[in-house]
Write a protein that binds this ligand. Structure first.
Ligand code: SF4
Length: 398
């Protein structure tokens, strides 16, 4: 068995090599991505696997287009998405590009009621969920979440990032009071936190489709975006054929500027070949092909005062009514914006989407109150309001 020290050294070398590639110019990275795409397709063919593109927002739309521009059609490598979770302008682009739509397995209300709310960050929610659902099997991990002390596999380290940040320990660590001899709070009824929403809405439908079609995904992930996949992208690189996971992330070494540059180039490609895309589109009757593959929610890609490319509206899009990162968002936050757009829908999600055993209705409001995020007072500033997920990316994985 490889020792903890050997593994750490190996990881450090891989990360250093990866960072060298991240610093290369755009042209190198685009070429590099194309080479990785071809390699992945070739290797999958050898292994008897099909490939598809997992499509969501702008990054993966750009990836789908890059693959199309390389001559692969939707019969060779289809685009697949749980499209209904995306902004309507993103869905329009999906239909124009003939993306196959998958259905989520559960509806959001059932998920909130049954498992809990996706809030803070996926990593923190998963840790809180583990604390709230103790088993003998997850005992070592729970101990690490409370204390930061790892077991044998983690090299008996202390003070690791496994420990939940003090702010969240105070509010949610009480599940482990007795076992760990600590004195934290246990959240009140209804403030159940869970990371399972993504699994039921996105991951399981995509995984099941992939299994049924003997297919493995291309993903539009970039290590520079941070998040929980950052380290594995840096260590495993673009194309990964693991024991339980096979995937290609050809944009792994891209930075934001690279993806926006490529998105502009792919948008030109789309415009030049729009008639061809129209033939394989899945537009509704009466719907016309959008002029651009940049969904309207993002606005346009333009240079800002410092010469950097930016989208003029949302920098990123995603599911509505997701609580990941909400504690780091300035007001008016995403729930304030929903209130402005649709007060009835806002009222439903904030106050009545779930039910206590005694019939009392509650919703996101109860969770936000508990974690100290304001929502009751009306804060509207639509002029400056932009969906910004930048802060979520900076969330510490603690
Ligand atoms: S991003 Fe948020 S709302 Fe969307 S599926 Fe994941 S947890 Fe649920």
């Amino acid at each position: 068995m490889i020792s903890y020290e050997e593994r750490t050294k190996d990881y450090a070398e891989k990360i250093a090599a990866f960072q060298v590639k991240q610093k290369q110019p755009y042209e190198f990275k685009r070429r590099y991505a194309e080479v990785r795409i071809k390699e992945f397709i070739r290797e999958c063919a050898v292994r008897g696997l099909n490939c598809h593109v997992s499509v969501g927002g702008l990054d993966s739309i750009t990836l789908l287009m890059l693959i199309r521009s390389m001559g692969y059609t939707s019969s060779d490598i289809p685009g697949v998405s749980v499209s209904s979770l995306e902004d309507s302008s993103v869905q329009t682009v999906h239909r124009a590009l003939g993306v196959e739509r998958l259905k989520p397995y559960k509806n959001k209300v059932d998920i909130l009621q049954e498992f809990g709310f996706p809030v803070i960050s996926k990593e923190v929610a998963a840790k809180i969920e583990l604390l709230a659902n103790p088993t003998e099997k997850n005992k070592t991990v729970r101990h690490a979440i409370i204390t930061g002390e790892t077991g044998e596999y983690g090299g008996f380290r202390k003070g690791t990032r496994m420990k939940l940040a003090d702010r969240w320990l105070k509010l949610f660590g009480g599940y482990a009071n007795e076992e760990e001899g600590v004195d934290y709070c246990v959240p009140p009824n209804g403030v159940k936190v869970s990371s399972q929403c993504c699994y039921w809405l996105k991951e399981k439908p995509a995984d099941d489709w992939a299994r049924a079609n003997n297919s493995v995904p291309f993903l539009g992930l970039m290590a520079s975006e941070g998040g929980r996949r950052q380290k594995s992208l840096m260590i495993n690189g673009c194309n990964y054929f693991g024991k339980s996971t096979t995937r290609s992330a050809p944009f792994a070494i891209f930075m934001r500027q690279d993806i926006l540059t490529l998105a502009q180039e792919m948008d030109c490609y789309y415009r030049e070949h729009i008639d061809r895309f129209a033939k394989t589109s899945k537009l509704r009757s009466g719907e016309i092909m959008p002029e651009s593959i940049i969904p309207a929610a993002y606005g346009e890609i333009k240079r800002d005062f410092s010469g950097k490319l930016r989208t003029t509206k949302a920098q990123r899009t995603g599911c509505s009514m997701c609580g990941f990162g909400i504690h780091m968002e300035k007001r008016p936050h995403r729930f304030d914006r929903l209130r402005e757009r649709n007060p009835k829908e806002w009222d439903f999600w904030m106050n009545r989407c779930c039910k206590d055993p005694d019939g009392t209705l509650y919703g996101w409001g109860r969770v936000l109150d508990y974690i100290g995020v304001g929502w009751r007072d009306e804060v509207f500033d639509m002029e400056n309001a932009q969906l910004s997920f930048d802060d979520i990316d900076n969330e510490e994985e603690t």
